[in-house]
Each structure stands twice: as structure tokens, then as C-alpha cells.
Design a protein around this ligand. Structure first.
Ligand SMILES: O=C(O)CCC(=O)C(=O)O
Ligand SMILES: [Fe+2]
Length: 303
């Protein structure tokens, strides 16, 4: 396991994620923050049910829209170390990245392993390609090999779609509550099987390139009157900012201005200073061919 302490320099964690497709930062938040997140989410966990389709897990409780359900989770979404890794992975390819998904992934005892996959397979890009999303899995309970700690295939973010992992190429995420697994959506991974007698609770927070459609619709997930009160940085991550010149406007008004009641386009700037230069400076994707990939999911256990 690529493992770092809470005081690790962000560039070390970022370099590990670029090199191996993942890194674990132990004890990235303190016990009080873990307890506050757990307390905010408990009523929703109690009300959630298992029994989804195969990918989602038959003994897994899942729910999203966490910004509307928890104030404490904001510290995780805007964790400086995570954002530094996301800056490093995503900003070469977009002027601003977005919050892509917020959700709880809670594995009950007896849950079987999830199929291995790349989160980026929702987009029609062949791998390898530049990082499209950065995922975090925050341990709200301890993660062990026994209780379904996320399985990761190191280096697979660089593999072509055709390459299928073998069991010996997988590692299980083991980390105490308060730690975070950071991985690229391009990296093959999947939940483990929970062979313990206790549940495993993770909070998944993903970030995506600003010009891709977000998996979770933050504008509907969080009521406008709540969105209006959130910190500026969080609003921008949700999508209340221009991801490029003229990106995401509403009736020719910039989304954050619109959120705060501006309706006259002459009171809003859709081409902020420096935006065109930032877009011009981006690394460009080469899309030189199209290809049909093999199966997106690999059903296999860890050694
Ligand atoms: O629960 C986990 O450990 C991983 C879940 C996951 O990768 C997913 O649902 O996309
Ligand atoms: Fe995933």
C-alpha cells in the first residue's frame, strides 16, 4: 500500500497518485470530525436500504446528496490535501474541476466483492487517457482486508482497456477511520467482500474535469436556499462557477451571480480576466481513433 501520514507534503501524495493511480493518507481528519460526519449521516443510514442491482451491491446501503445532509462533510470535500492532489491530476486538462459525486457506501457483513471497474467507464474515452476523475473514499469506520476495504489495482490507470488484472495485482485498502484513499477514476478498483461481522462505512467524494458532465446533479441535490449559504469554494466545486469562458451560464448570467439573484446579463461577467488564457494553456486530448472496449467489469477476488 502507498501510505502517507497526515503531515505528508501534498506534492508527495499527488506524485504517488500520478505514478501508481492511488494513495492512502492515514488520519487525514481527527476523531471529532469523523464522529460529526457519522452523526450527520446516521439518520439517513438508518433509513437507507440494501438490495440494489449488482454493481451497487445487494448488502450495501448507498445514498448521495451529502451536501444537503451533512455540514461536517464539507471539511472532507474541501480537504486541502485532497484538493492539492485533484489540482495536480485535473488542472492540466481543465480550467476548473467539479464535485462529481458525494455518497455513502456502507457494506453490511456478508456483502460480496463488487466487480472491478474504472469509474471513468461512464465516459467514452479509451484508457489510457489523462485523469478524468479523482475519487476519494473516506473511512468513517476502519477499513480492513476482512471487511471489504476497497481493492485497487496499482498502475492500472496507465493500462490499455484490453488489459485485465490478475488477482495478484490487487491490493486491499487497510486504513483506520479518519483516513482517506485517493485514486484516479482511471484506476481499476472495486469494493471488497465483507467477511467480518461489522459493517464498513465509507464516504465517497469524487471530482471531475470541469467540461465533463458530473455524475451527481448538485443543482438539484442541494436546494438553492441552502446552496446560497455555502462557502464560496464549495459553491464553485458544485458548479456555481464558469468552468471556462461561457460555460454553465444561466440566461446569460454567470451561475454564482444567478444564484445570488442577478438577472441582468450586464451585471455579470461571462469571460473573467485570464480565463481564455487558462483554457488556451490546457493540455489537449488527442482523440485519434475510436475503439470498442472489452468488458468494463471484472469479477474476481483478492488472493
Ligand atoms: O465501496 C467501495 O469500496 C468502492 C465502491 C466503488 O468503487 C463504486 O461504487 O464505484
Ligand atoms: Fe468505483
Amino acid at each position: 500500500m502507498n501510505e502517507y501520514g497526515p503531515d505528508t507534503h501534498p506534492s508527495d501524495a499527488a506524485a504517488a497518485v500520478t505514478r501508481d493511480g492511488y494513495a492512502v493518507v492515514r488520519d487525514a481528519i481527527d476523531d471529532d470530525t469523523v464522529a460529526a460526519v457519522a452523526a450527520d449521516l446516521q439518520p439517513f443510514l438508518d433509513a437507507a436500504h440494501t438490495g440494489h442491482e449488482e454493481f451497487m451491491g445487494s448488502l450495501t446501503k448507498r445514498f448521495g446528496a451529502l451536501i444537503a445532509k451533512s455540514t461536517a462533510v464539507q471539511a472532507l470535500i474541501m480537504h486541502p490535501l485532497v484538493l492539492a492532489v485533484a489540482d495536480h491530476a485535473l488542472l492540466p486538462s481543465c480550467a476548473a474541476y467539479r464535485l462529481h459525486y458525494t455518497g455513502v457506501m456502507h457494506l453490511e457483513p456478508g456483502e460480496r466483492q463488487q466487480v472491478l471497474h474504472r469509474d471513468t467507464s461512464v465516459y467514452p474515452f479509451a484508457n489510457p487517457c489523462p485523469p478524468l476523475t479523482v475519487a476519494t473514499m473516506w473511512a468513517i469506520s476502519d477499513f480492513t482486508r476482512q471487511n471489504g476495504g476497497t481493492r485497487v489495482c496499482p498502475g492500472s490507470h496507465r493500462w490499455p482497456n484490453e488489459r485485465v488484472p490478475s488477482r495478484s495485482e490487487l491490493v486491499a485498502t487497510e486504513m483506520p477511520a479518519g483516513s482517506v484513499l485517493i485514486y484516479l477514476g482511471n484506476t481499476i478498483h472495486g469494493g471488497g467482500s465483507n467477511r467480518s461481522d461489522r459493517s464498513r462505512t465509507g464516504v465517497a467524494l469524487h471530482y471531475s474535469l470541469g467540461w465533463l458532465r458530473q455524475e451527481e446533479n448538485q443543482y438539484l441535490a442541494v436546494p438553492q436556499e441552502v446552496a446560497r449559504t455555502l462557502p464560496d469554494e464549495l459553491q464553485e466545486l458544485m458548479g456555481y462557477s464558469l468552468g471556462s469562458a461561457n460555460f454553465g451560464f444561466v440566461d446569460h448570467v454567470a451561475p454564482k451571480d444567478y444564484l445570488h439573484g442577478v438577472r441582468d446579463p450586464s451585471d455579470s461577467d461571462l469571460s473573467p480576466a485570464g480565463m481564455s488564457e487558462r483554457v488556451d494553456a490546457l493540455e489537449r486530448f488527442h482523440v485519434s481513433h475510436t475503439a470498442r472496449g472489452p468488458a468494463r467489469h471484472y469479477d474476481m477476488d483478492i488472493d
